[in-house]
Design a protein around this ligand. Structure first.
Ligand code: ARG
Length: 272
């Protein structure tokens, strides 16, 4: 009789870089979620970010900090600053001029700490569009990162890049449409990808968790997983239930203020 065996999920310890949202605001609109006319509570944003950092520390992960820079309200989204693998950092080149000056701050942070640094020459929004899994880097393009950047990404980081075309402007970064759960497993919302990229994902990850649109629009895929615990926004309740049924431990976080800039928990962190 069909008794389902739920796998035991094992956490692995990670190190993340985060940037306190001291100067966080929604002052311009570079994605469909941002509306400068809608009020943001900056103190609440800091509190929500502190709660996220607190959960990561409580789970045993390490969190390094980069100083926020006045006038760069989106710098809290550290995922976009670089892609980091094996002591090498490929520092972002931002598509929008409003975020372009963040690159210099990230470059300095990595150089000061002895990383092997290269600054991207093509549009490249870091870990926001590049997710490492199963020995490769899944790379989203279509809105921010340019497909023409993949060669320099592989060149510097030495990992094969699998390009995936994003087609829905609400899911402008790969990490809003797809999340890595462990070394082999991912979850994603197929509707964010072109038909060819959907086929590619299906052939690479036939057992992936396919997420519903209603969870995806609540930034459910902007999730941080350590292989066991999955930190995701509170409103993505049905996804949390599905993850629990798969043996993961969902941890819900209220990130309402950061969501007004088009982000969730995952894009506030950059894995080192
Ligand atoms: N307002 C930011 C932007 O549009 C949000 C970035 C969110 N980052 C991410 N990796 N999804 O650039």
């Amino acid at each position: 009789m069909g008794s389902t065996v739920v796998p035991v999920r094992v956490a692995s310890v990670r190190r993340f870089l985060m940037c306190r949202p001291t100067y966080f605001a929604v002052e311009y609109a570079i994605n469909p979620w941002m509306d400068p006319a809608r009020p943001v509570d900056p103190m609440l944003a800091v509190g929500q970010w502190e709660a996220l950092r607190g959960v990561l520390l409580r789970l045993g992960h390490a969190v390094d900090l980069i100083d926020p820079v006045p006038g760069l309200p989106d710098m809290v989204f550290a995922a976009n600053g670089a892609i980091v693998l094996d002591g090498k950092a490929l520092v972002a080149r931002f598509r929008h001029p409003q975020r372009a000056p963040e690159s210099g701050a990230y470059e300095k942070w990595f150089r000061d700490r002895g990383y092997e640094v290269r600054c991207a020459e093509r549009w490249n929004e870091g870990e926001g569009d590049h997710l490492a899994v199963a020995g490769m880097l899944l790379a989203g393009h279509g809105f921010r990162t340019a497909a023409s950047s993949h060669a320099e990404t592989t060149g510097h980081l030495g990992r094969p890049v699998v390009g995936l075309t994003l087609i829905d402007p609400r899911f402008y970064h790969l990490d809003t449409a797809l999340a890595v759960l462990d070394d082999e497993q991912i979850m994603y919302w197929p509707g964010a990808f072109s038909p060819a990229s959907r086929r590619r994902l299906h052939s690479l990850f036939p057992h992936a968790l396919r997420v519903e649109e209603h969870d995806a629009v609540r930034f459910g895929l902007n999730a941080i997983s350590d292989g066991r615990h999955v930190l995701l926004p509170t409103p993505a309740t049905s996804l949390a239930g599905r993850l629990a049924a798969e043996g993961y431990e969902p941890i819900a976080l209220d990130v309402s203020e950061l969501a007004k800039a088009g982000g969730g928990p995952k894009c506030c962190t950059l894995q080192l």
